[in-house]
Every structure is written in structure tokens, then in C-alpha cells.
Write a protein that binds this ligand. Sequence first.
Ligand SMILES: Cc1ncc(COP(=O)(O)O)c(C=O)c1O
Length: 488
Amino acid sequence: MSLAYSAQRLERELGPWRSTGAAGTAYRALADRIRLLLLDGRLPSGTRLPAERELASTLSVSRTTVAGAYAALRAGGYLTSMRGSGSVLSLQGATPEPSRGEPATAPTADDDGRPFRWDLTQSAPPAYAGLAAAYRQALEVLPGYMPEAGLDLGGLPELRAAVARHFEERGVPTAPDQVMITLGAQHGLRLVAQHIHLPGGRVLIEQPTYPHAIDTFRSLRARLIAAPVDVHGTDVEAVVGLMRAHRPPLAYLMPDFQNPTGSSLSDEDRARIAIAARGAGTVVIADETTAMLDLDRGPRTPLAAHGENVVSIGSLSKTAWGGVRVGWIRGRRDLLESIRLQRRSIDLGTPILEQLTATVLLRDERTMVDARLAQLRAQRDALLAGLAARFPGWTLPPAPGGLSLWVGLGDLSSSALTLAARAEGITLVPGPRFGLDGAFERFIRVPAVVPVPEIEPALTALAAAVRRVEEGSPSRRRGAASPAAPVV
Ligand SMILES: Cc1ncc(COP(=O)(O)O)c(C=O)c1O
């Protein structure tokens, strides 16, 4: 089954494509942009592109430009055109395109057989050093749970109590029955969002924002309205104004170390937003996935302390490991009860071993978080210093916490840089993936997840990618790392 894109819809996804591929011709820039959207998962494999004439007229370019772009995509194996059924994008047939004479500097695979040396598509750190020991402790007590069926939609009472303590310690009185254990924060987001009737309804988001939140709301056919956020903070006037004007049933915010900008809401702004949300009848999802990664900001009161209409989601993915797949929802009891009823259609609970491991980890959460902070501080500092030294024209964020550096690229195109970086062994996510309709072409998210000894070689490779873009020779030699992989 192919999914047909109208020329208007494709134009929205393309964003400012003409600026990509510096010295390239228009047809090549258009082909590069479509290819990047495909590699990046924003145009799914199977997408049927509009007819050449229709797209040319919408983009105000000649039909030759569109025909040239489609031909280039076909030559790379990214597009199949069949008489009568149009032109369909595909990653199956994509073959590495011949280089344009660049030296083969990039490794084809790292020591683990991964195709790229630096995967900067995910702001997800490796596992906490104490994780294996926590699993061992959990295994010891697991047999005590085996006489039961092991299916529990709410979560183990001891873990719910541990998560409730996590909130209490941060200043939000919480009873264990105000907590539901989930398969990570993404699962929590989906469960809450689908509980609120969204088809055609509005959801207020920050922009830029976490890409899979956009995916979730779009899959629920919500209409997105966005308030701007940058590295210095969220436009709270816009949040409050949009709530008053549109009364969206749902808002999705990251109050602490927003992904990707790293900025946070002040305590005062939290209170303002909670009041406006109450007035508008808006449920606010506070995504706290990165809230514990406070590198040098200082504590703030969780949004949930400001109102009953705030539902918090969080997880152990950034402090312990994404592979644990344990998260939580904290909210009103009645809301959790109805979510529990709906959850049965999706899954039947979180694995017991992982829940027991999470309970062990949360018993000494401070030690785990401190270990993570020490590692992230060192990586952030080295990355910021290295970026400042190599790219004086770029704008670096203050990055007081979280995992992402939202870097302003000056005149450089994020999409072109992403393509060129592949040739140097680095995978990145271009800025537009964090926005709606192609915004943020002048930004790139650089996650501070590269180990310190790897930062210099990674930046050397990035500098080579920048030179490629400036010389107008982004390579087409490399394929996608894994187009279906999450962008977290
Ligand atoms: C802001 C944000 N929300 C949610 C998630 C998903 O987290 P989890 O791995 O707990 O599902 C991520 C993951 O990186 C994230 O950055």
C-alpha cells in the first residue's frame, strides 16, 4: 500500500529545500532533500510522490527540475516509477551511490559492525555502571513473584511506592495509587494522549520539540499548535495566549531541560501555565524524561505541584538505561483508572524483572543520578569547548542540563550537513525533524553522549563534513544508519 502525498503536503515537508546542497543545482537540492526526509523517516517508504507537473507548479520550479530530481532518486534506488501507479519512494532498493571522487575516508563500519562510528541521532546514554548489579539483585527476588500470573496493568506496589517517593522528594505529595508503571515515557505519552479524545482536536506543543511526541499526536490525528521555545526558554506568553484562544484539550511540555533546546521553565512560569491550563480545561503532559539531568541549574518545583490537571510522565531511560524500558505516569487516580482500562488493548503490563530492577535502582536514585551527572558534565564541557574552538560562527547553547546541545549553524544548512556527515561516519538528525513544516533548518541537535576521548575525532569528522557542504560536495556514498531507529 502506498501513501499518496499531494504537492502541497510534500511542499510543507520539504521546507526550505532550495538552500540545501550549497553549490548543487536545483534538481539535486530537491533530490537530496527528499532523500533525507526518506532516510530520516519523515517520508515513509511507500510514499507516492505527486506527479512531476503538479509538484513543479506548487514549488514554482520548472518541470525539468522535478524530473531531474526524480531521475536522481531513481538512479540511487530511492524511487520506483511505474506507468499508471506513479512514483513511490522506497529504501529497499537503495544502493550506495557512487562517490564524486572524494577520498574514501569514512569507515564503512565500526568495531561492532555498526555502519557509522558516531551515532548522534539519539540523545540516549549507555547504561549506568550499577545496572547489571541491580538486575542481579532483582533476579534473586524474582522467584517470589512467580507463583502469581505476573500481569499487572498498574505496576508492582513496591515500584509505585518508589516512584511516589521520587515525587515526594522533589516536592510533590504523591500516593502510590497516583502512579502507573509503563514501558518507558513514550508509552506513557501514548497512553495519556490517546485517552484524551484527539481526532481533529488541538494539541499545544513547544516548537522545536521531541520528534516522537509529534509522531504520537499526528497518529492520533490531532491538530498541532505550537509555542516557540529556544535555548533561553519557552515563550510563555504564547503558551498562555494559545491556551486561552484555542482551549486545546491537551498540551505537551518539557518543563526541565527541554529536548532539544535544553531550556527550562521558571517556577513562576510553571505557575502561570498551570493556571492558564486550568482555565482552558487543558490537560498538560509534563514530560520529565530529562528532569533529573540537572548539570548546573538548581532544583525547580515539578509542574505537577502546580495543578491537578498536570500529568507527569518519566522514565529511567536517561538515568539508568533506555534498555530497561520502565517509566511511569503520575496523575489523578480517576484518570489512571480509565487509562488502565484502555491499556488492555495495547499491552498487559511491564515485565516483572524490569520492575524489580527499577525498584532496586530507585532505592538509591541519588547515587545513580550523580554518576550520570558526572559523566554528562564532562562530555558537555568537552563538546562545548571543542565546538567553540572549531566552529566560531556557530551559536552554542548554555546547556545547563539534559543531553542535547541545540546548536545554531549560521548560514549552514542542517539537512546538507546531515547528509555530508554520513560520509564522515556520523549520523545526525537535522533541525527540521524537531519542528513542524520544515522549520529549524539552521539548527542541529548534538547530543552530549559521545565519550570524552571520542569527542575530538568526532569533531574532526564533523569539520570535514562542514567542508563538504561549503564546497558543495555532500557525498551520496553512504546509506542510512537505520531509518527506522528512534530519534530520542
Ligand atoms: C523528551 C523525551 N520524552 C520521551 C522519551 C522516550 O523515553 P523512553 O525511553 O522512556 O520511552 C525521550 C527519549 O529519549 C525523550 O527525550
